[in-house]
Design a protein around this ligand. Structure first.
Ligand SMILES: Cc1cc2nc3c(=O)[nH]c(=O)nc-3n(C[C@H](O)[C@H](O)[C@H](O)COP(=O)(O)OP(=O)(O)OC[C@H]3O[C@@H](n4cnc5c(N)ncnc54)[C@H](O)[C@@H]3O)c2cc1C
Length: 391
């Protein structure tokens, strides 16, 4: 439950509270998280109390009602800590709650949105399958009508929070005759429905304390009322605003991670000496630090600008894709430089930089791999859509 005092804070005071929480609890809690191999329950409770499950929902649904720009500013702060913390609430505050907010029936919104904002209902977004990764329209899982029910069969993989979510939003083919995304729908499947099972991977290379799951649907029966929205076949189209919103958050996450990485690298470079002087005074190291700062600030400005456009009622899909592409590549590059500056300490031992270096790598793969954004942006330019070359 959200602490009552949080509800009274204006945005600057809330931002300051989250900044302090990040510095005083999340970052110091990383060692415990790594030792436990999971986010400690104590910190999960704090995430709920501080309202981090509520930042994207309007007040009428129990949320804190922050604008997209404010959500981005908050994300810059809490993702200075391990992005595994964020992964525990990202799918709930992102795609899942946004799809229900935009397209859920009144009954679905009443049942789930307030619980999501309180952190009492963790949701997972189950789209990816073996045959449907970047080619997301090629979903093979089926949801076939049988009387007043759907019967769902198939499997999903790489699903964040999939193993412990209370609610799964499952993308399934409701019309096997119609290929591509037009034949798919999103359907709510409460965890624990007979026929649903999950499996965690044996190994994670990055995000180790927040593993993704495989999900299996063995003739899972749910009522027709669990279809999101009124019509079948709208699954991926319905998610479009949510997908742009999620990409905005991923770009902001990359900025938060890069901020911390640069901070760690600078601190290390000023404290370690070689050849009788701090590493930070060698021109080659100065170049890495200076370039990293310039790229970080470019990414920060770009995603803030996209967020403002979003708040203005326009969804700048191409600029958001460009920001997601740029910021995630930038964070990876800064992580790589940080490891280089640390030398052996970037490979051996328990410094946070190498852990974050592995974590940020995944940002270039989910919410559209970099190559998919490059391809789509090139197509956008080639189509000569008005304004593309001017921006
Ligand atoms: C940590 C993590 C969390 C995730 N969470 C979720 C989740 O909650 N829900 C969910 O549904 N999914 C989730 N995913 C899955 C993620 O969305 C997919 O991994 C991603 O879409 C890529 O699909 P794929 O892994 O099958 O790679 P593939 O589609 O096989 O692509 C592999 C690589 O091939 C290249 N490639 C593919 N197609 C093209 C093309 N047309 N042009 C050029 N290059 C191309 C790219 O370099 C790409 O990285 C998660 C993944 C990770 C790693």
């Amino acid at each position: 439950m959200i602490s009552p005092d949080i509800l009274d804070l204006d945005f600057p005071a809330y931002l300051e509270r989250i900044r302090r929480f990040t510095d005083e609890e999340l970052i110091p809690g990383e060692a415990e998280m790594v030792a436990e191999g999971a986010v400690p329950d104590r910190l999960m409770t704090r995430l709920r109390e501080l309202g981090l499950f509520a930042i994207t929902l309007p007040r009428e649904w129990g949320g804190l009602g922050w604008s997209v720009e404010e959500q981005v500013r908050l994300t810059f702060e809490f993702t200075r800590a391990s992005c595994v913390y964020r992964s525990r609430f990202s799918t709930t505050i992102g795609l899942c709650s946004q799809v229900l907010l935009d397209h859920g029936t009144e009954a679905q919104r009443q049942r789930y949105l307030r619980a999501m904002a309180a952190g009492d209902c963790v949701a997972a977004f189950a789209l990816t399958e073996e045959a449907a990764g970047s080619d997301a329209g090629n979903v093979q899982t089926t949801a076939i009508r049988d009387g007043d029910d759907y019967v769902i069969s198939g499997s999903k993989r790489y699903i964040t929070n999939g193993a412990w979510a209370d609610l799964l939003i499952v993308f399934a083919r409701t019309d096997p005759e119609t290929p591509g995304h037009r034949g798919t729908s999103s359907i709510l499947v409460p965890q624990g429905t007979p026929g649903v099972s999950s499996r965690l991977p044996e190994q994670m290379n990055g995000h180790a304390e927040g593993p993704v799951a495989e999900l299996f649907f063995d003739d899972v029966r749910v009522p027709r009322a669990n279809l999101v929205g009124e019509h079948e076949g709208a699954g991926l189209r319905q998610a479009l605003r949510g997908i742009n919103h999620a990409r905005t958050h991923v770009a902001a996450t990359a900025v938060g991670q890069a901020t911390r990485l640069l901070d760690e690298a600078t601190r290390f470079a000023t404290s370690r000496e070689q050849f009788g002087q701090p590493l930070a005074d060698f021109g080659a190291v100065e170049a890495m630090l200076g370039r990293s700062y310039a790229e970080l600030e470019a990414g920060r400005a770009l995603i803030l600008d996209c967020a403002r456009q979003f708040d203005g009622g326009e969804i700048p899909a191409e600029r958001i894709a460009a920001a997601k592409l740029y910021c995630t590549e930038m964070a990876s590059e800064i992580a790589d430089r940080a490891v280089q500056i640390l030398g052996g300490a970037g490979i051996v031992g328990d410094h946070p930089v190498p852990r974050m270096w592995r974590d940020v790598r995944a940002l270039r793969i989910y919410e559209g791999a970099s190559q998919i954004h490059e391809r789509n942006l090139a197509r956008y330019l080639k189509k000569g859509v008005q304004g593309a070359s001017r921006r």
